[in-house]
Structures are given as structure tokens and as C-alpha cells.
Design a protein around this ligand. Structure first.
Ligand code: SF4
Length: 729
């Protein structure tokens, strides 16, 4: 069945479950506190976002009670954030996937049928075998996110494909990783190596710590604020972080690079940079000085709207606190298509301040040297994700989701099958809605593994329900941080309904495909125990303590005057990048003014909120109670022009005519008049998600234009404009 109709699981199967009223009413859904029942405690690692805080699940008389942080954990310091605390909602969500589903034809119409695991797995394996024989195993593309993706990557590599894409690569932080790698030879990493607790000055550019609740980062930021650090926030919106700042620079959207170049100009022309650090460790100061000579604060004022004196004063303040000054590298940095270069400008600024490898700047992270479980060598795939890029993006280190999707339909389609793990492509990847529909019509196999009936499952041939993180083992957490540590996720509950752990699903498919040598264990706990024994622990010990910290092998900072070699081709911090020049790119960041909004349109900017992680949690019944919908932030001047009432529902229409769900107006001075703001993750359009469906507006849906970063393939998403539609709301 190649031409797939989009199926809504609840309507296809009929008989939707009733949502427990306790989850929605605000009454306490859990039993009384300990003392009145038998309490058991199980270690876990939170999966509600990618920060991976270690914690403990408490059950009372076998029932879910609460999840709390592990006090030994650097990621949480014993305190989970709002979302982590609401993690039980993922387990309790009555809308979660409960049974394997197979697309069938019934009375001439496509529908999903609940099937046994054997039938779902046999069907998938048979199709994969046929596709490998007819088109080669590298015709399988894998889209995956989160820690459980490792199981399916092992399966796919054993099968013989090399085409992997994680949507967060191109959409989130990869431009940052490449920008810093080109400059320092090292990346920032998923857990930012920012030493904020010791910072005396923190500069945030489009980073809204506090709304972006990466746990200990918020805690260390708060600590720095408490100790009187100077905070400089650059944002068209008065964010929570801006409210803690000495300086809020309400920059004209799209001009951040102009400000960064002007700050660089001030540091160099006023001789405020760390001369010893720059002379000892960097390469290219003369070229940089020439490059920024014309980028005066007066020049930047015309671009950014920030007064020259403010630019000078903030640059001097940064220098006064250096090297304990941190220009934060950001996280979601895929904005305008020149993102690697803009992040390079951040990296360069930090080098001038001497903050890399310094207390209060960027520490040197370490992780545990944890051996991989021994497996046979994987077959060499004939093609990989690099071939899907067609020679573009020479500095890419991962597959660009949009490119792999684009090559999944049409007469020369490279991909014939998709395996999608925990990646809700239609809602989370911008500007690909039509391509996904075309691919769904043509692919020979479309498999989705997920815990929830996300929109992507509506296109699948086979839906394989994974149990939630509270019901499964997963790979050990081993993140590079100030102190190396391992944390373990242990199931606190049996898998509910017919859901199964990802490791079990991947292994069962592997066995059916004749690939059991890549899964030489029966249960994943054997892998964990083997790995832990290599570093002097065991699963039995970790099931008790949850987290183990190991000693550092090297210092946390570069010593004063130390002869330190950076892992770049030159061994220096490369202010001037020969690597970029050799590939035909600007060796130093070059500013391009942003496009002008069409008349009557406003630039769409978007961001995080403390109660949710993207669109993944908006149906979580506990978190839904905290924040059920988003609103569109509109400046009073703009609201006045359009006669928009605070709290009224409107719709947004983008430059390509795409109309949003209805969304409430929030009239506020906290946003510039030339932009509007939406919290990301709302606007699901699927009845299967009974709480989130139709609630709020989706920024992703309105982002129909992306600007690709030619250096590494980031999908810049801030080049979209919206106007207001009042009558149709
Ligand atoms: Fe969970 Fe919050 Fe930690 Fe993310 S920051 S892992 S949601 S507790």
C-alpha cells in the first residue's frame, strides 16, 4: 500500500479511552504522602528534555507518586524542573500508544488494525528484507532523537545503511558546534561547558535561560545573578533573563552579527582584549583587526538600533570582568542561514576575552572512559547521509533532515523506507510538510516507533509503541561535565498496555533480519552491567545509588601561562579560519543585512517556555494544567494599528498564505513593534492528542521558508513574517 492516507489512530480504531478526570481537575491524582503506604524508590534519568537529569521515581503501594532529583547530580543538584517533575504525566497519559498498529485496507479505506507484536515485527522485517534485496540496505533512512535512538542506530548500521538524521542537528545547535569547532577544535557539547556559577559577566544573545529550563544552567545563572554578575541580554523580546539584566539590548531582529562585530571592533581598537592570551593561543589577530576596522559602533547602530555608547559601554564591561566573562554560545542557533559565521563571531569574542578554558568562562569538560559493549564490525554502507547532501555543507557532521526528506520521493528517490524514532517530523521540522506527504505516498515502508500518537504516526505503515522512560532501561548517561559521572535509568514500572522498551523492539527486529550477532544479549541490563563492571561498578550497585561520580584526570581550566595546544590544524585558536577559506567560505564572519518585512507583516520569532519541551509535552496531562496554550506577543503600537484586543483570539497568516490555529493575543511592551513572538510547541492538529489538539498556534507551521547554512546545513528559521487575521478567528 504505497499511497498512504493520513490516519488518525483514535478515529480509525474507534472507542477512544476516557481521560481520567483526576488528571484534569486539579485534584491530587496521587495517594497520600509516605508513612501511610509502602514506598519504593527507583533511580531514573529524566527524558522530558535533553538535559538528562538524574533522579528517583517514588512509588507508594505500587502506584506512581513522584519523581525527584538526585542530590549528587550536577545536572539537577537534586531539583528537577517543572517538566521533569511532571514526567509522571508521560506515564499516565491515557492518549499514549498502547498496541502495535498495522495499516490495512478495510471496505476500500485505509485504516489501522491493532496487531500482535509478532505480526508487526514480521511484517516490518519481511519488508526490510525485500527492500534490501531490491534497492540495497542503504535505501533506508533513519530519523531519530533522544537516547533510545542508539538501539535503532545499531539495528540500522547492522542492516547496512549509513543514512541517519536527527532533526535537532540542523534545527538546533549544530551550527554552534561547527562554529566553535572551527575556532577552537572543540565543540560546546550537549551540556554547555559554561562556568556560569563563577562568571562575573554573562552575555546572552537570543538565549532565554529561565524560559529555556535546562536545569543546572538555570541554577548557575541564578547563582551568578545572586552574586551580582553583570548580565547583558541581547533579544528583541524582554525575556525573563532580560529582566535580570543590567543591559537589555532590544536588537533589531537579524542584526546580531553586526553587534558582535562592533563589540570585536571596540575590544581591539581600545586594546581591551586579553593580550597575553591572544598572543599565546590565537592565530589571525591582524586579519581580524582589519576585518572589523569599519564595523564601528556607529555603523552597527544603523543596523541594530543599539546606541553606539551602549555598544561601547557593554564591550568595556565585558573586558573589565574578563576572563570571567562568558558570551554564551546559545543553543537553538539556526536563525538566518549564516549561523555558523554568527556563532564563530561569538567564539572569537570569547577568545579576545580569554574566557575559553578559564574560570567563569568555559571549563574543560571530562566524561567517564566507558568501553562500548563489544559487537562485530558493521558492514560498510554503499552510501551515507553525506551522499544525500550532494556535495553541499562540507563541514556537516550529521545528516540534514530536510535533505534526506527531499530525497525520499520523485523518480530518483534515494530512499525507499523510513524508520522514525521519537521524531515528529511534520510538527518539528519546518518547510517539509509537502515533501513528507509525497514521501509517504511513495515509500515502500514507513515505520514509526514512539510513545505517543504524534502526527508522524498518521503516515506510517507500522506503528510500534515504545513504553515511556519510566518503564525501561536505556544507555547509561555519560555526559562531559566538570565532574565525570554515570547515571542509570532503571524501570520503575512494568511496560503498560502492549508497549515495549526500544531495546526490545530493536533486538526483535534484528533477530528477524538475521542480525542477532549485533544483539548478543537477551536483555539490555546485560549490556549495562558489562559496561559498569569495566569501570569498577555494577548494575546492582547503580540500581541502588542511581549515579556515580568519578575523579577528573586533568585540570578543569587552562593554567596561567600554560603551554596549551588546541586541537585545530594550527594548534591555536583560529580567529582567521584557513579551513573555511580553503572551502571557499569567508575566513572571518561577514555580516549580511536581513531582508525587510513585507508591508503589514512582522518578523516571527519563537522560543521555549518553562512548562513544556517543544511539542512533545503539550499533551502531558500534568504539564497541560500548567500551560495549556500559547499566545502571540504583540507590541501595543502594533496592536493599536490592528485594533487587537488583549486576550482576544486571532489567527496568524505567513508570507506564503499559511494560516495558523487560532491563538490569543498578548499585548505587551516586552516585544519590539516589528516582531511577534510565539512559544514553540503548540498547535497540534490531530484529534488523537485530545488535550493538545487545536490549542494554540504552531510556529513550525508558519515557518515555510528556511535559509540553509552553506557551511554545515543548519535550517535558518527566522526569515518568516506573519500578519494578523482577525475575522476568521
Ligand atoms: Fe527533566 Fe527538566 Fe532536567 Fe530536562 S531539565 S531533564 S525536563 S528535569
Amino acid at each position: 500500500m504505497k499511497r498512504r492516507e493520513f490516519l488518525k489512530i483514535s478515529s480509525a480504531l474507534g472507542g477512544a479511552a476516557v481521560l481520567p478526570s483526576a488528571l484534569l481537575s486539579g485534584c491530587a491524582p496521587f495517594p497520600p504522602p509516605p508513612g501511610s503506604g509502602k514506598v519504593t524508590v527507583t533511580p531514573t534519568v529524566c527524558e522530558i528534555c535533553f538535559w538528562k537529569c538524574a533522579g528517583f521515581v517514588h512509588r507508594e503501594d505500587g502506584e506512581a507518586w513522584k519523581v525527584v532529583g538526585n542530590p549528587e547530580d550536577l545536572h539537577s543538584h537534586g531539583r528537577l524542573c517543572t517538566r521533569g517533575t511532571g514526567g509522571l504525566g508521560a506515564f499516565l497519559d491515557p492518549d499514549r500508544l498502547k498496541h502495535p498498529l498495522l495499516r490495512v485496507k478495510h471496505n476500500g479505506r485505509q485504516t489501522f488494525r491493532e496487531v500482535s507484536w509478532n505480526e508487526a515485527l514480521d511484517y516490518t522485517a519481511d519488508r526490510l528484507k525485500r527492500i534490501a534485496a531490491e534497492h540495497g540496505p542503504d535505501s533506508l533512512a533513519v530519523f531519530s532523537q533522544s537516547v533510545g535512538a542508539q538501539h535503532f542506530r545499531t539495528l540500522a548500521k547492522a542492516y547496512g545503511t549509513g543514512s541517519f538524521a536527527a532533526p535537532d542537528y540542523a534545527q538546533c545547535r549544530a551550527a554552534r558546534e561547527v562554529g566553535f569547532f572551527l575556532t577552537y577544535g572543540e565543540t560546546i557539547g550537549g551540556q554547555e561547558r559554561t562556568d556560569m556559577a563563577n562568571s562575573r559577566c554573562i552575555v546572552l544573545i537570543g538565549t532565554h535561560i529561565g524560559e529555556n529550563l535546562h536545569n543546572d544552567q538555570v541554577q548557575t545563572f541564578t547563582e551568578a545573578v545572586g552574586k551580582g554578575a553583570t548580565i547583558i541580554t541581547v533579544d528583541p523580546r524582554f525575556s525573563v533573563a532580560a529582566s535580570k539584566s543590567k543591559y537589555w539590548l532590544a536588537i533589531r531582529p537579524g542584526t546580531d552579527l553586526a553587534l558582535l562585530l562592533a563589540w570585536t571592533h571596540v575590544l581591539i581598537t581600545e586594546g581591551l582584549y586579553d593580550k597575553d592570551y591572544v598572543a599565546r593561543y590565537t592565530l589571525g589577530l591582524d586579519e581580524l583587526a582589519k576585518h572589523v576596522a569599519a564595523h564601528t559602533p556607529e555603523w552597527a547602530y544603523l543596523e541594530t538600533g543599539i546606541e553606539p555608547e551602549t555598544i561601547r559601554r557593554t564591550a568595556r564591561e565585558m573586558a573589565a570582568h574578563a576572563p570571567a566573562t562568558l558570551v554564551h554560545p546559545g543553543r537553538h542557533v539556526a536563525w538566518y542561514g549564516d549561523d555558523t559565521q554568527r556563532v564563530r563571531a561569538v567564539a572569537i569574542l570569547n577568545a579576545l576575552l580569554g574566557s575559553w578554558g578559564r574560570k567563569g568562562g568555559f571549563y574543560i569538560p571530562e566524561q567517564v572512559k566507558l568501553p562500548e559493549y563489544p559487537l562485530p564490525a558493521f558492514p560498510e554502507p554503499k552510501t551515507t547521509w553525506r551522499d544525500a547532501h550532494g556535495g553541499k555543507y562540507p563541514f556537516a557532521y550529521g545528516g540534514v533532515t530536510n535533505e534526506l526528506i527531499a530525497q525520499s520521493s520523485g523518480p530518483n528517490a534515494r530512499y525507499k523506507a523510513w524508520l522514525v524514532y521519537e521524531a515528529n517530523l511534520p510538527v518539528s521540522v519546518p518547510a517539509v510538510a509537502d515533501q513528507i506527504r509525497r514521501a509517504a505516498a511513495e515509500l515502500e515502508l514507513f515505520v514509526v516507533v514512539d510513545t505517543m500518537p504524534m502526527e508522524v504516526t498518521g503516515y506510517a505503515d507500522v506503528v510500534l509503541p515504545e513504553c515511556t522512560y519510566l518503564e525501561r532501561h536505556d544507555p547509561l548517561r555519560n555526559e562531559p561535565r566538570q565532574r565525570p559521572s554515570l547515571a542509570v535509568r532503571v524501570p520503575a514500572f512494568e511496560p503498560q498496555y502492549e508497549s515495549r522498551p526500544g531495546w526490545w523492539i530493536a533486538r526483535e527486529l534484528g533477530v528477524r533480519l538475521g542480525l542477532e550477532k549485533y544483539f548478543p544479549w537477551k536483555k539490555y541490563r546485560e549490556v549495562l552491567d558489562w559496561q559498569l563492571r569495566q569501570v569498577g561498578s555494577s548494575l546492582a550497585e547503580m540500581e541502588r545509588i542511581g549515579l556515580k561520580t568519578f575523579p577528573r584526570r586533568n585540570p578543569e581550566y587552562i593554567g596561567a601561562g600554560e603551554d596549551y595546544a588546541f586541537p585545530t590544524p594550527s594548534g591555536k585558536i583560529e580567529l582567521y579560519s584557513r579551513q573555511l577559506a580553503e572551502q571557499g567560505f569567508d575566513p572571518m564572519p561577514r555580516y549580511t543585512p536581513p531582508e525587510v518585512a513585507p508591508a503589514g507583516f512582522y518578523r516571527l520569532i519563537y522560543g521555549r517556555m518553562p512548562a513544556h519541551t517543544f511539542s512533545r509535552t503539550t499533551n502531558n496531562p500534568l504539564l497541560f494544567q500548567i500551560m495549556p496554550e500559547n499566545s502571540v506577543w504583540v507590541n501595543p503600537l502594533t496592536a493599536n494599528d490592528w485594533k487587537l484586543q488583549n486576550g482576544a483570539y486571532i489567527r496568524l497568516k505567513n508570507q506564503d498564505g499559511v494560516l495558523s490555529n487560532r491563538v490569543r493575543v498578548r499585548v505587551t511592551e516586552r516585544i519590539r513593534p516589528d516582531a511577534v513572538y510565539l512559544a514553540h510547541g503548540f498547535g497540534h492538529r490531530d484529534r488523537r492528542l485530545r488535550l493538545a489538539n487545536g490549542v494554540g498556534a504552531s510556529d513550525t507551521q508558519l515557518i515555510t521558508q528556511v535559509k540553509m547554512d552553506p557551511i554545515m546545513g543548519a535550517t535558518g528559521m527566522r526569515s518568516n513574517f506573519v500578519t494578523f487575521v482577525v475575522q476568521e478567528a
